[in-house]
Design a protein around this ligand. Structure first.
Ligand SMILES: Nc1ncnc2c1ncn2[C@@H]1O[C@H](COP(=O)(O)OP(=O)(O)OP(=O)(O)O)[C@@H](O)[C@H]1O
Ligand SMILES: Nc1ncnc2c1ncn2[C@@H]1O[C@H](COP(=O)(O)OP(=O)(O)OP(=O)(O)O)[C@@H](O)[C@H]1O
Ligand SMILES: [Mg+2]
Ligand SMILES: [Mg+2]
Lengths: 256, 256
């Protein structure tokens, strides 16, 4: 049965989508069968893998709002073993459309049930908010992986995120675990990055992944080519690091 | 009567809060009376100006949800002439709490009415979404200023944002104008930044501010000291640039 991992952080621009795409691609290259669910109405994970939004009839909107089977929305990507459920713009209306629906936080979890046996990993890319889409992802997930940009505001938002995770553990999804915190956009030349990284490691100790993702322009160029970093520039530091992260995620998973 | 300007972009981490704080501070230093409204539940504009969240009874939550007068929530900041209405965490529940309320998109506009004569500028810092808080800001605003990070995903989201602005112009706020696009985190050493900036200037022409904000670590250090850049490091490039931007905002405003 596949592991469902939510990539969440309400702070904007911290590397959620970059981590979802590149961790997904590297896990697939290590032989895992991976499904990436784009739960963000912005649809960056969809276009970052070269898939045009809105081209196909079925997307995450039909799955979550209309209750269509997820297997009808799954698409292959340029990476062998990595599939995606694309997002669409109308997903932005989900919060309002589902407000009177019973169990609206369980829509994604229910839709994922029949897919789990087909994949080793299901990765959920969340929008920058703690609204209904992120709650659906936290309710559907076995664990949550938190990308944390090495900047002041990003650190500030961590307490609010962990409090929301605790609320979900206390009701919607009691078995939700915290996989850990991945430090992103680390720039060793700035005191700010070093200070934030040190503080997070001191405070959260073994909850912090050993793999630290450096700031690297190749990582931000890859999406414009619709490719993960391992296809856009396999010898880059970004590519190496996400391969290391994939191995660490596998290793930590075995340790349970 | 003060100009109400919304700083909006649903893409996360593009420099909305950094622009709201530093443009606000520079306008105040040029003698304008400025009110900064933190409409984001994350509350980064609040802490970025050195104000502890939740310390005071009255915040944006009481104003928007409970209908308390905004003047009861206004606080001075360390910058002469710059006041703030702080945010709080419970603002995150606004979308759900107001769903059955009539005219829920007008709450901020109504609350701002009595404040407008007291200020030359009211700046609204928006969350990274196109939900109810951003809609309230676009409905209350005379114009919208769009910070645009010089990266691929940020450019992608622009069409969706402009479409939302058009929808608001067609109903909730027919007189809403687009002030323009401010390019942020520009790094002249990378092709990506140069390509994005060129493309945006070519396509949006005089809608793009001449002032371009460079990537500068001093800008990301300032919030940890609770100060705008003009107080944290007055001689830095970031400080100069936001002073230029303030002058350009004033100049473009006179031109109407
Ligand atoms: N390690 C990195 N080095 C350099 N740039 C990066 C890195 N990781 C991500 N980026 C770039 O930074 C920007 C923000 O990253 P990304 O979009 O993945 O964050 P996000 O958390 O998914 O954003 P949102 O909150 O809008 O969903 C993107 O333009 C991306 O290409
Ligand atoms: N010109 C700049 N150079 C370097 N760092 C910057 C610059 N502008 C903003 N930053 C930093 O980048 C991060 C994102 O900026 P900021 O928080 O202002 O964006 P935002 O759009 O308000 O984010 P959110 O979508 O979460 O509200 C912050 O850590 C900030 O300090
Ligand atoms: Mg994203
Ligand atoms: Mg912000």
């Amino acid at each position: 049965m596949g592991r469902v991992v939510a990539i969440a952080n309400q702070k904007g621009g911290v590397g959620k989508t970059t981590t979802a795409i590149n961790l997904g691609a590297c896990l697939a290259e290590l032989g895992q069968r991976v499904l990436l669910c784009d739960v963000d109405p912005q649809g960056n994970a969809t276009t970052g893998l070269g898939i045009a939004k809105g081209e196909r009839e079925e997307s995450m909107y039909q799955v979550i709002i209309e209750g269509d089977p997820m297997r009808d929305a799954v698409l292959p990507t340029a990476v062998e073993g990595l599939h995606i459920v694309p997002s669409s713009v109308d997903l932005a209306g989900a919060e309002v459309e589902l407000v009177t629906t019973e169990h609206r936080e369980y829509r994604l979890r229910t839709a994922l049930e029949p897919m789990r046996p087909r994949y080793d990993f299901v990765i959920l890319d969340c929008p920058p908010s703690l609204g209904l889409m992120t709650l659906n992802a936290l309710t559907a997930a076995d664990s949550v992986l938190i990308p944390l940009q090495c900047e002041y505001y990003a650190m500030e938002g961590l307490t609010q995120l962990l409090r929301t995770v605790q609320l979900v553990q206390g009701g919607l999804n009691p078995s939700l675990k915290i996989d850990g915190i991945v430090l992103t956009m680390f720039d060793g030349r700035t005191n700010l990055s070093i200070q934030v990284a040190d503080e997070v490691k001191r405070y959260y100790r073994d909850k912090v992944y050993r793999t630290v993702v450096p700031r690297s322009v190749r990582l931000s160029e890859a999406p414009s080519h619709g490719r993960p970093i391992s296809r856009y520039d396999p010898r880059s530091r970004g590519s190496e690091v996400y391969r290391e992260l994939a191995k660490e995620v596998l290793m930590r998973g075995e340790a349970g």
